[in-house]
Design a protein around this ligand. Structure first.
Ligand code: CA
Length: 230
Protein backbone atom coordinates (compact mmCIF):
# COMPACT_ATOMS: atom_id res chain seq x y z
CA UNK A 1 0.00 0.00 0.00
CA UNK A 2 1.21 3.46 -0.80
CA UNK A 3 2.61 5.47 2.04
CA UNK A 4 0.00 7.96 3.20
CA UNK A 5 1.24 8.69 6.70
CA UNK A 6 1.28 12.24 7.97
CA UNK A 7 3.16 13.14 11.12
CA UNK A 8 1.63 15.89 13.25
CA UNK A 9 4.10 17.47 15.65
CA UNK A 10 2.05 19.50 18.11
CA UNK A 11 2.08 19.73 21.89
CA UNK A 12 -1.42 21.13 22.30
CA UNK A 13 -3.63 18.08 22.52
CA UNK A 14 -6.82 19.66 21.18
CA UNK A 15 -5.07 21.09 18.13
CA UNK A 16 -3.30 17.79 17.48
CA UNK A 17 -6.64 15.99 17.66
CA UNK A 18 -8.39 18.50 15.41
CA UNK A 19 -5.64 18.24 12.80
CA UNK A 20 -5.64 14.46 12.88
CA UNK A 21 -9.43 14.29 12.64
CA UNK A 22 -9.39 16.49 9.54
CA UNK A 23 -6.63 14.49 7.90
CA UNK A 24 -8.03 11.09 8.78
CA UNK A 25 -11.30 12.15 7.17
CA UNK A 26 -9.24 12.85 4.03
CA UNK A 27 -8.00 9.27 4.12
CA UNK A 28 -4.53 9.80 5.57
CA UNK A 29 -2.96 7.81 8.35
CA UNK A 30 -2.02 10.25 11.08
CA UNK A 31 0.59 9.94 13.82
CA UNK A 32 1.03 12.51 16.55
CA UNK A 33 4.29 13.52 18.23
CA UNK A 34 3.97 15.87 21.21
CA UNK A 35 7.53 17.16 21.10
CA UNK A 36 10.72 17.09 19.05
CA UNK A 37 12.14 13.97 20.63
CA UNK A 38 8.97 11.97 19.92
CA UNK A 39 9.10 13.27 16.36
CA UNK A 40 12.71 12.21 15.96
CA UNK A 41 11.98 8.82 17.41
CA UNK A 42 9.17 8.36 14.90
CA UNK A 43 11.31 9.54 12.00
CA UNK A 44 14.03 7.04 12.78
CA UNK A 45 11.54 4.27 12.10
CA UNK A 46 9.20 5.68 9.49
CA UNK A 47 9.12 8.15 6.69
CA UNK A 48 5.90 10.18 6.51
CA UNK A 49 4.84 11.86 3.26
CA UNK A 50 4.19 15.11 5.09
CA UNK A 51 4.84 16.72 8.45
CA UNK A 52 2.54 19.29 10.03
CA UNK A 53 4.89 21.09 12.35
CA UNK A 54 4.17 23.34 15.30
CA UNK A 55 7.02 25.71 16.17
CA UNK A 56 6.89 26.23 19.90
CA UNK A 57 7.43 22.80 21.35
CA UNK A 58 8.28 21.92 24.94
CA UNK A 59 11.75 20.66 24.07
CA UNK A 60 12.72 23.14 21.37
CA UNK A 61 11.98 25.00 18.17
CA UNK A 62 10.19 23.15 15.36
CA UNK A 63 12.25 25.11 12.85
CA UNK A 64 15.34 23.14 13.83
CA UNK A 65 13.64 19.92 12.82
CA UNK A 66 12.50 21.52 9.57
CA UNK A 67 15.99 22.70 8.74
CA UNK A 68 17.46 19.33 9.58
CA UNK A 69 15.03 17.43 7.35
CA UNK A 70 15.09 19.82 4.43
CA UNK A 71 18.83 19.94 4.01
CA UNK A 72 19.72 16.29 4.20
CA UNK A 73 21.44 15.27 1.00
CA UNK A 74 20.37 12.20 -0.94
CA UNK A 75 17.21 11.67 1.06
CA UNK A 76 13.79 11.77 -0.44
CA UNK A 77 12.28 15.06 0.56
CA UNK A 78 9.41 15.19 3.03
CA UNK A 79 6.83 17.95 2.56
CA UNK A 80 6.58 20.25 5.57
CA UNK A 81 3.73 22.58 6.50
CA UNK A 82 4.30 24.76 9.53
CA UNK A 83 1.46 25.54 11.88
CA UNK A 84 2.02 28.87 13.50
CA UNK A 85 0.25 31.19 15.89
CA UNK A 86 -0.60 34.61 14.55
CA UNK A 87 2.09 37.22 15.04
CA UNK A 88 4.96 34.87 14.63
CA UNK A 89 7.38 35.97 11.96
CA UNK A 90 6.41 34.59 8.58
CA UNK A 91 9.83 35.49 7.21
CA UNK A 92 11.49 33.36 9.82
CA UNK A 93 9.36 30.42 8.74
CA UNK A 94 9.61 30.63 4.99
CA UNK A 95 12.76 32.65 4.86
CA UNK A 96 16.28 31.82 4.14
CA UNK A 97 17.60 28.66 5.67
CA UNK A 98 14.59 26.80 6.94
CA UNK A 99 13.10 25.32 3.80
CA UNK A 100 9.45 24.89 4.84
CA UNK A 101 7.07 24.45 1.92
CA UNK A 102 4.09 26.23 3.36
CA UNK A 103 2.54 27.50 6.54
CA UNK A 104 -0.89 27.76 8.12
CA UNK A 105 -1.80 30.36 10.70
CA UNK A 106 -3.71 29.33 13.82
CA UNK A 107 -6.62 29.44 14.23
CA UNK A 108 -7.24 27.73 10.90
CA UNK A 109 -10.27 26.27 9.22
CA UNK A 110 -10.33 22.51 8.72
CA UNK A 111 -11.21 23.09 5.08
CA UNK A 112 -8.15 25.23 4.54
CA UNK A 113 -5.93 22.65 6.20
CA UNK A 114 -7.33 19.87 4.02
CA UNK A 115 -6.88 21.97 0.87
CA UNK A 116 -3.30 22.87 1.69
CA UNK A 117 -2.33 19.31 2.42
CA UNK A 118 -3.93 18.03 -0.76
CA UNK A 119 -2.28 20.79 -2.83
CA UNK A 120 1.21 20.21 -1.51
CA UNK A 121 1.03 16.44 -1.87
CA UNK A 122 -0.29 16.77 -5.40
CA UNK A 123 2.64 19.02 -6.22
CA UNK A 124 5.16 16.64 -4.70
CA UNK A 125 3.65 13.80 -6.67
CA UNK A 126 3.70 15.71 -9.92
CA UNK A 127 7.37 16.51 -9.54
CA UNK A 128 8.09 12.81 -9.14
CA UNK A 129 6.93 12.10 -12.68
CA UNK A 130 9.95 11.38 -14.82
CA UNK A 131 10.65 14.30 -17.08
CA UNK A 132 13.94 14.55 -18.77
CA UNK A 133 13.97 18.20 -19.75
CA UNK A 134 17.12 20.17 -19.22
CA UNK A 135 17.08 23.92 -19.65
CA UNK A 136 20.02 26.21 -19.90
CA UNK A 137 20.06 29.97 -19.77
CA UNK A 138 23.30 31.87 -19.28
CA UNK A 139 25.13 30.31 -16.33
CA UNK A 140 22.01 28.61 -15.05
CA UNK A 141 21.06 25.03 -15.84
CA UNK A 142 17.85 23.35 -14.72
CA UNK A 143 17.66 19.56 -14.65
CA UNK A 144 13.96 18.83 -14.25
CA UNK A 145 14.22 15.08 -13.66
CA UNK A 146 16.59 15.59 -10.75
CA UNK A 147 15.03 18.86 -9.49
CA UNK A 148 18.53 20.16 -9.60
CA UNK A 149 19.77 23.59 -10.54
CA UNK A 150 23.37 24.37 -11.43
CA UNK A 151 24.99 27.78 -11.37
CA UNK A 152 28.22 27.94 -13.38
CA UNK A 153 28.27 24.16 -13.33
CA UNK A 154 28.01 23.93 -9.52
CA UNK A 155 24.91 22.24 -8.07
CA UNK A 156 22.85 24.42 -5.73
CA UNK A 157 20.55 22.86 -3.19
CA UNK A 158 16.94 23.89 -3.77
CA UNK A 159 13.88 22.46 -2.05
CA UNK A 160 11.19 21.13 -4.33
CA UNK A 161 9.11 24.21 -3.78
CA UNK A 162 11.99 26.49 -4.67
CA UNK A 163 12.75 24.45 -7.75
CA UNK A 164 9.09 24.49 -8.84
CA UNK A 165 8.99 28.25 -8.40
CA UNK A 166 12.16 28.74 -10.45
CA UNK A 167 10.92 26.42 -13.18
CA UNK A 168 7.53 28.13 -13.32
CA UNK A 169 9.14 31.54 -13.72
CA UNK A 170 11.60 30.18 -16.26
CA UNK A 171 8.92 28.54 -18.40
CA UNK A 172 7.04 31.85 -18.56
CA UNK A 173 10.22 33.86 -19.22
CA UNK A 174 9.66 37.36 -20.44
CA UNK A 175 6.19 37.44 -18.89
CA UNK A 176 5.23 38.93 -15.55
CA UNK A 177 3.62 36.44 -13.19
CA UNK A 178 1.59 37.90 -10.35
CA UNK A 179 1.88 36.50 -6.84
CA UNK A 180 -1.61 35.05 -7.21
CA UNK A 181 -0.63 33.20 -10.37
CA UNK A 182 2.52 31.90 -8.73
CA UNK A 183 0.60 30.74 -5.67
CA UNK A 184 -1.83 28.97 -7.91
CA UNK A 185 0.77 27.31 -10.13
CA UNK A 186 3.42 26.48 -7.55
CA UNK A 187 1.48 25.99 -4.34
CA UNK A 188 -1.78 24.93 -5.95
CA UNK A 189 -4.02 27.46 -4.24
CA UNK A 190 -4.50 31.18 -4.08
CA UNK A 191 -5.82 32.22 -0.71
CA UNK A 192 -5.83 35.89 -0.05
CA UNK A 193 -3.20 37.17 2.30
CA UNK A 194 -0.53 34.66 1.43
CA UNK A 195 1.34 36.75 -1.13
CA UNK A 196 4.28 36.96 1.25
CA UNK A 197 4.81 33.25 0.83
CA UNK A 198 5.89 34.07 -2.70
CA UNK A 199 8.08 36.99 -1.65
CA UNK A 200 9.97 35.04 0.98
CA UNK A 201 10.55 32.13 -1.39
CA UNK A 202 11.78 34.49 -4.11
CA UNK A 203 14.19 36.07 -1.66
CA UNK A 204 15.53 32.69 -0.62
CA UNK A 205 15.80 31.58 -4.23
CA UNK A 206 17.74 34.69 -5.24
CA UNK A 207 20.15 34.22 -2.38
CA UNK A 208 20.83 30.66 -3.48
CA UNK A 209 21.15 31.61 -7.15
CA UNK A 210 23.99 34.00 -6.35
CA UNK A 211 25.37 35.34 -9.63
CA UNK A 212 22.21 34.20 -11.44
CA UNK A 213 19.87 35.99 -9.01
CA UNK A 214 19.35 38.83 -11.46
CA UNK A 215 17.44 36.51 -13.81
CA UNK A 216 14.47 37.00 -11.50
CA UNK A 217 13.20 40.54 -11.76
CA UNK A 218 10.75 42.20 -9.43
CA UNK A 219 8.14 44.12 -11.38
CA UNK A 220 6.89 46.60 -8.85
CA UNK A 221 3.19 46.46 -8.17
CA UNK A 222 2.78 43.45 -10.45
CA UNK A 223 4.88 40.44 -9.59
CA UNK A 224 7.96 38.65 -10.84
CA UNK A 225 9.49 37.95 -14.21
CA UNK A 226 12.27 35.73 -15.44
CA UNK A 227 14.37 37.77 -17.86
CA UNK A 228 13.84 36.72 -21.46
CA UNK A 229 17.51 37.36 -22.22
CA UNK A 230 20.32 36.84 -19.73
CA1 CA B 1 3.07 24.66 20.71
Amino acid sequence: MANNTILVVEDEEDIALLVSRVLEKEGYTVRIAHNLSEAQEFLEKQRPILIILDLMLPDGDGLELCKHLKFRENEQEIAIIILTAKGEEIDRILGFEVGADDYIIKPFSPRELALRVRAILRRFKETEAPQSEIYRVGDLLLDVARHQAFVKGEPIHLTRTEFALLLTLFKARGKVLTREILLDRVWGYSFEGYARTVDTHIRRLRKKLGPCASFIETVWGLGYRFKAQP
